[in-house]
Design a binder for this molecule. Structure first.
Ligand code: ZN
Length: 230
């Protein structure tokens, strides 16, 4: 085991995962950032993730290709329109078409596999149950259940060489709280991208759920969003 504890941090290049990476670093972990090219229409976020990983001092940044686009079933990976201009009430009802089937289960499984190889026992994920878009795999019950899986499914769990911890430090924060937390840790949110449906040059649409939640968060934190909008 390394002297400095290692953690695998899921990093999409968005606001939440970037804040989560800064928290993992602030807690003294050597961060191994993990990003997926999963067939997302907003693949510009992969580039953002690389910049964020470098800026925040991740020890390594790995991008893994997984073809969730071959399965489809989401507005993010399939030929389904991304909803625009929805109000908070509408967003709070049901599971939106931007839900990617089982995405966080898939992502956490890869993170767990890498953690085993790295002899890391800590995994960070930037899920948020408050200002979120109604995704079932962003709930605390899911995170806790996955932690149980991690402690059943691995070599370490049989050999008794440590327990896996799934950290979800943003789980009960508002978007404004998340932004304030990140700012206090020196995050440059200009490097991040949240939009589900950006323009070819990467500019955010300003109208999808992710853009609206992000803009609302900056407004409530009384800050200007440094991201580029169309
Ligand atoms: Zn957008």
């Amino acid at each position: 085991m390394a002297d400095t504890p290692r953690a695998v941090v899921l990093l999409s290049g968005g606001l939440d995962s970037t804040t989560t990476l800064s928290i993992a670093k602030a807690q003294g972990f050597e961060a191994y950032a993990l990003t997926f090219r999963y067939g997302q229409r907003h693949a510009v976020e992969i580039e953002a993730a690389g910049q964020v990983a470098a800026a925040l001092g991740a020890t390594r940044h790995t991008v893994i290709d997984i073809g969730l686009g071959d399965i489809g079933g989401s507005a993010l990976t399939d030929d389904i329109a991304v909803p625009k201009g929805r109000g908070a009430d509408e967003m709070g009802q049901g599971i939106p078409v931007t839900y990617v089937p089982a995405r966080n289960t898939v992502f956490l499984s890869f993170a767990l596999a890498w953690a085993e190889v790295l002899e890391a026992r800590d995994i960070f994920i930037g899920v948020n149950a408050l200002d979120y878009s109604g995704y079932p795999d962003c709930r605390p019950e899911f995170i806790s259940a996955f932690e149980d899986v991690a402690n059943l499914a691995t070599k370490a769990s049989i050999e008794g060489t440590g327990r896996f911890n799934i950290h979800a430090p943003l789980i009960d924060l508002t978007k404004a709280d998340i932004i304030s937390k990140g700012m206090s840790l020196g995050v440059d949110y200009g490097l991040t991208t949240s939009c589900y449906d950006p323009a070819p040059d990467g500019a955010a649409c300003g109208q999808c759920d992710a853009c609206l939640l992000r803009l609302k968060g900056f407004a409530e934190a009384d800050l200007e969003d440094p991201a580029k909008y169309v």
